[in-house]
Write a protein that binds this ligand. Structure first.
Ligand code: IMP
Ligand code: MG
Length: 176
């Protein structure tokens, strides 16, 4: 079966929204410095685009986690594959994610980061699938709320493919 990608959000729509989010964050943290934490690998495209549109001082760090799950379901039990390089104690931290789905991964990750005593801790996600939520997570900045469909592009993958698409698409199996 071949795969087809149906466009859900165009490159222009995504860029415009990220611009707005960058401006919003810059206003909310005016006079402060923020520390962006990117969750690899999916968050990397969004974080780079977002960071370029933030006008206050920014520092960045990266974290890689793996989630023990079955297929496309995450379990919420996560393992740190690559920890942050720097301490976040006293920092205004914004976690930058590609998508919040069940909420299990973020719930676990945010709890863990809270223990490291940041000055403040917020979550910024490009996409949110609220219908899929199993565990409550407070999302402070959402790019787009989307329906329950499996999406790719802008960092999101399907079996490690399609991360490089400059738009958000839905994978459709093409029965030939
Ligand atoms: P959660 O713990 O269920 O919220 O899982 C979040 C993670 O699952 C995201 O960071 C993605 O890596 C992955 N994920 C959830 N939905 C999608 C999707 O539609 N496309 C690609 N990856 C997804
Ligand atoms: Mg992710």
């Amino acid at each position: 079966m071949a795969e087809k990608i149906r466009v859900m959000l165009t490159e222009e729509e995504v860029d415009k929204r990220i611009q707005e989010m960058g401006e919003q964050i810059s206003r909310d943290y005016a006079g402060k410095k923020i520390h962006l934490i990117c969750v690899l690998k999916g968050g990397v495209f969004f974080m780079c685009e977002l960071a370029k549109r933030i006008s206050i001082p920014v520092s960045m760090d990266f974290m890689a986690i793996s989630s023990y799950g079955q297929g496309t379901e995450s379990s919420g039990i996560i393992k740190i594959v690559k920890d942050l390089d720097e301490s976040i104690t006293g920092e205004h931290v914004v976690v930058v994610e590609d998508i919040v789905d069940s909420g299990r991964t973020l719930n676990y990750l945010l709890d863990m980061l809270k223990d490291r005593k940041p000055e403040s801790l917020r979550l910024c996600t490009l996409l949110d699938k609220p219908d899929r939520r199993v565990v409550e997570v407070k999302v402070d900045y959402t790019g787009f709320s989307i329906p329950d469909e499996f999406v790719v592009g802008y960092g999101l993958d399907y079996a490690q493919k399609y991360r490089n698409l400059p738009y958000i698409g839905v994978v459709e199996l093409d029965k030939e």
